[in-house]
Write a protein that binds this ligand. Structure first.
Ligand SMILES: [Zn+2]
Ligand SMILES: [Zn+2]
Length: 319
């Protein structure tokens, strides 16, 4: 299984700003010594030595994940604005010739998880085929409704790829192209479903948009099978600890410390913090990761097995 993250931002697309760019350039230039820019190779080495927030950007596109099975079958999770860029890439494959076939899974239909669909070029190409799954009974109507004429000039039916919709039984599992896919209900306004994928003894869990508050923690063992022993879990950590327990209770998201606690409890091997707050700058995201690592070190003995990373656009995970 190979997983690529195309959109990692929550709530609303968050383009990098001109002022932010200038600030970053100022910092990078002011930190450089003559030795750092003495040659092309020195510049590369210097850039590699900088914190992620200075040498790159975590990205501003909303949720979209590409999963490739061992047989290279394509499964797309959610259609936030990252879907536009995944679409551009796969247009260079069979999808550009109208021979493409993919599965799409939707966690829920908040805007940040569907707003890339009208700009997903492979949907416009006759001959491409998409099987679209979700546990929501009215998934077809929800996707269509985004493209009624008052919202967008092209109706879903005028995107000429074949799109077949399938409703998944809630909290069930099914086998698709040799991958076992389990869906699990998450606490989130309007509802949301996480997915667990298992293939060739490896497991990947994706829980975007979930709030594990006090009530949920009381029932945490009902999530044991879903998270249990996952090789990688991509987990909603939009909020800071203060937001999740004081300022934004019941807003539907979790924090890095909650993600770490749950991952530790269920022996997840690698946790990837996800669904970044649109208010968070790249620098703030560096801090989110370093705070998460500090939290890990506060109970090193119990948490030492867990590896923690933070999602960025273009991140690839191979299992
Ligand atoms: Zn979201
Ligand atoms: Zn949501």
């Amino acid at each position: 299984m190979k997983i690529t993250l195309w959109g990692v931002r929550g709530s609303i697309p968050t383009p990098f700003t001109p002022l932010g760019m200038r600030e970053k350039m100022r910092k990078v230039l002011s930190l450089a010594t003559p030795k750092d820019i003495a040659s092309g190779e020195a510049v590369e080495r210097y850039l590699d030595s900088l914190p992620f927030s200075l040498r790159a950007t975590y990205g501003g596109n909303t949720t979209c994940i590409e999963v490739r099975t061992a047989e290279n079958d394509l499964i797309i999770i959610d259609g936030g604005t990252g879907l536009k860029y995944l679409g551009a890439k796969i247009m260079g494959e069979d999808f550009g010739k109208g021979n493409g076939m993919a599965t799409m899974l939707f966690t829920h239909t908040h805007w940040d998880h569907i707003q890339g669909i009208p700009f997903f070029t492979p949907f416009y190409i006759k001959g491409n085929r998409f099987h679209i799954y979700s546990p929501f009974d009215d998934i077809k109507e929800r996707i269509e409704y985004q493209q009624v004429f008052s919202h967008f000039p092209v109706n879903l039916d005028y995107m000429f790829a074949t799109k077949e919709f399938f409703v998944l039984e809630k909290e069930s599992e099914f086998i698709l192209n040799n991958i076992k896919i389990v869906n699990k209900r998450m606490r989130h306004p309007g509802g949301c479903f996480g997915y667990r994928f298992e293939e060739n003894g490896k497991s990947f869990v994706f829980t975007s948009d979930c709030e594990f508050n006090i009530d949920e923690i009381d029932n945490i063992d009902t999530y044991a099978d879903f998270f249990g022993g996952a090789d990688v879990a991509v987990f909603d950590a939009q909020y800071t600890f203060e937001d999740s327990v004081i300022n934004k209770v019941d807003w539907g998201h979790s924090s890095a410390s909650i993600a770490i606690d749950i991952s530790t409890r269920f022996n997840v091997k690698k946790l990837i913090l996800w669904h970044h707050d649109p208010e968070h700058s790249d620098k703030k995201m560096d801090t989110v990761l370093s705070n998460a690592k500090t939290y890990m070190n506060m109970d090193k003995k119990r948490r030492s097995e867990l590896e923690v990373e933070i999602a960025y656009e273009g991140m690839e995970i191979v299992l």
